[in-house]
Design a protein around this ligand. Structure first.
Ligand SMILES: Nc1nc2c(ncn2[C@@H]2O[C@H](COP(=O)(O)OP(=O)(O)O)[C@@H](O)[C@H]2O)c(=O)[nH]1
Ligand SMILES: [Mg+2]
Length: 384
């Protein structure tokens, strides 16, 4: 989890002198139909370049905009700016990821082209990386950060809800920001990035497990030219993205939670079958056995289908025998723990018997879960 998310103090300009000797910055700008904005952005970046002496390149990752973007970069006269036209279909996150991979300098910055993000903040990002942060975000929601005044209530609410939903994943105040920086070496070691959706910073923070994430306050301006490409479909995709990140971050807990729900359903099945058989006039020993047998099967099938769905294409008989053996051993563990507790810790007192039994049940269930998770439904069964 990220430990240090406090806003970075605004650094005095003199501190920026040191960073001009940094090995270089690659600024990645995903673009789709931003021809009007490109010259303005490049002019502002050029001013930063001159003021700080930073070595940098700008890489526009364009999705075949066909609106004069290529010409806008070519005629800018800046040999440190280039445009890569992608042809694999549209997508903001994949553009950024490809841009990071193609970057030539060790510090990566990602920003929008629509002049929402002030390039003047980039030196502070670099400084923050130099002074120990692993990931730096241009933030609207830390002291000193702001948005243009004409943000309506619904736009604010939309952003607020999206941020709150990401809260269990990170304590960063503005994880929705598309303005951020990191080291290329950290990006190169990132595995399993999912290039879906708009929220690439959140994806990187969660998947790379950064310990130190800093937030630099920025003023977020409204776009001057062109239209936003953030559609409703893109926002719905965010929910999907969140679910994946939750699964990634809390996988162990999600498995246990689902296993417990299935276990509870097994209790209901057991009692129902038992009552049904008893009502049909069968002897009690058979009623108990029927209840246990059927609930064992429904538990197995539900766990196979939902809790450990990654292993549901593997041979069912082998899995069932493993599951039943783990359950049987779980009963033995349950019994042994309950009995030994009764003879040592809970020798006397009110509910001592019940407490021993409950602890036995918990130990048995824990054993069952671990057996199912790591032996019966092993991860190596995943099919690519
Ligand atoms: N390459 C690429 N860039 C995109 C795509 N969609 C949006 N962008 C760029 O991503 C940045 C942010 O998009 P924008 O429409 O401003 O989103 P908003 O700021 O959330 O309204 C801009 O520079 C866009 O040009 C896309 O499908 N492909
Ligand atoms: Mg924008």
């Amino acid at each position: 989890m990220n430990k240090d998310m406090a806003a970075l103090p605004t650094q005095p300009d003199t501190a920026l002198c040191d960073i001009r000797y940094t090995a270089g910055i690659s600024i990645i700008v995903p673009t789709y139909r931003e021809a009007e904005n490109i010259p303005h952005l490049l002019r502002r970046i050029n001013r930063v370049r001159k003021d700080t002496g930073l070595t940098l390149e700008v890489l526009f990752m364009d999705d075949a905009s066909d609106d004069g973007s290529i010409e806008a970069v070519a005629t800018s006269g800046f040999d440190w700016a280039r445009i890569i036209v992608r042809d694999g279909g549209r997508g903001l996150s994949p553009s950024v990821i490809e841009g990071f991979a193609a970057a030539r300098y060790p510090v990566l910055v990602c920003m929008d082209c629509d002049l929402s993000h002030p390039p003047e903040a980039i030196p502070k990002f670099v400084l923050a990386l130099h002074t120990g942060q692993q990931f730096v975000i241009g933030s609207r929601y830390v002291p000193g950060g702001s948005t243009d005044d004409d943000w309506g209530f619904f736009r604010w609410l939309n952003s607020f809800i999206a941020t709150v939903l990401a809260r269990p994943l990170t304590t960063v105040r503005d994880p929705m920001s598309g303005f951020f920086a990191l080291r290329k070496s950290d990006f190169d070691t990132a595995r399993g990035l999912n290039p879906i959706g708009y929220k690439i910073a959140l994806e990187l923070i969660v998947k790379c497990g950064f310990e130190n994430v800093g937030e630099v306050p920025i003023h977020f301006s409204d776009r001057c030219f062109g239209d936003s490409k953030l559609t409703l479909a893109e926002q719905l995709r965010y929910i999907q993205h969140l679910r994946r990140l939750y699964m990634f971050q809390f996988a162990g807990m999600m498995y246990l939670a689902q296993f417990l729900v299935v276990g509870a359903s097994g209790v209901v099945v057991n009692l129902s079958i038992l009552s049904l058989l008893f009502w049909a006039g069968l002897p009690e020993w058979l009623c108990f056995a029927g209840g246990i047998g059927v609930s064992l099967m429904t538990n197995f099938l539900l766990n196979r289908r939902f809790t450990f769905s990654y292993a549901r294409h593997e041979p069912i008989l082998r899995q069932f025998l493993g599951f039943a053996s783990a359950a049987l051993l779980g009963l033995v563990v349950n019994y042994a723990v309950a009995l030994s507790l009764r003879m040592s810790v809970f020798e006397e007192g009110a509910f001592a018997l019940q407490l021993s039994a409950l602890t036995g049940v918990a130990a048995g269930m824990g054993f069952n879960f671990l057996g199912a998770r790591y032996l019966v439904f092993r991860k190596r069964f995943i099919r690519k």
